[in-house]
Design a protein around this ligand. Sequence first.
Ligand code: NAI
Length: 327
Amino acid sequence: STPPVTVTVTGAAGQIGYALLFRIASGQLLGPDTPVKLNLLEIPQAVKAAEGTAMELADGAFPLLAGVDIFDDATKAFDGANVALLVGARPRTKGMERGDLLEANGGIFAPQGKAINEGAADDIKVLVVGNPANTNALIAKSAAPDVPAERFTAMTRLDHNRALSQLSAKLSVPVSEITKMTIWGNHSATQYPDLYHTEVGGKIAAEQVEESWLRDTFIPTVAKRGAAIIEARGASSAASAASAAIDHVYTWVNGTADGDWTSMAVPSDGSYGVAEGIISSFPVTTANGAYEIVQGLEINDFSRERIDASVAELVEERDAVKALGLL
Ligand code: NAI
């Protein structure tokens, strides 16, 4: 039988963790033929809550779940990990400056990157969900010089899925008829959901909607959806974020369909003028457990301006963490 794949999840006792772990245990992260072993990492105060979740995982009697271990030590939690889902992060609290936020997260993601460097399996794939996700992924990558840089990714799949959903509702077509959606840049309000390459029924989406809708409704609705969810639920997106994390890793491992792509924040190779080394969202295709940035897309002036603005924000974040000695 197939040996289990070790999946380490940080922030396991949080709200995303609660939605994510059961879907991993049921086989939706890697597919129905792959048993999983879960390593849960939490801070000491939340270990007891993680134990409660582990009890519920046991009660799920998942045939693919080969075991659950709980840690408050990153070195142990990432030992032998094949997939790392870095969900736990330090949220911004009242009065906190951006520099404080980046520094607090550096204190989490640098040691976790180091632990991955020391003990993870050779095929380790890392997805950072915890915000600021792109820059946290950059910090972890910098702390893991022996791991190929391209294994460090951050999540913009929730933004991608939100964009699919908004367009599907606008055009009254199922999401399955939409291909080549792209989110560019940072997982933040500056992100750019691009409809100029998206296809619906083989035709470019931007040509099937009013320009005013694209500019004044679609882009801000996607970019501010997180805030709208908080306003409605009284809590931030959790199940949809977990679902997007499942999608991100599943697609990375199992491949994109022919004629389609997805959005992932990955280390830039300089494509599309995006500063090399920063972790920025691109259109990517995946096959055989690897991804490639889609090349050769024409970028119009409208898109250029928005991509540049989001990349400029990521460069600022990079410079700020560099100044803090985190890179
Ligand atoms: P939460 O506050 O419910 O849970 C976070 C958990 O992380 C807590 O249990 C906490 O104890 C744990 N944690 C904190 N520091 C840790 C450390 N050093 N090691 C291990 N665990 C640690 O938060 P929630 O709702 O689960 O969200 C988690 C993160 O995901 C947040 O940063 C949030 O902003 C981000 N997020 C990102 C999205 C994206 O699209 N990239 C979408 C939605 C949320």
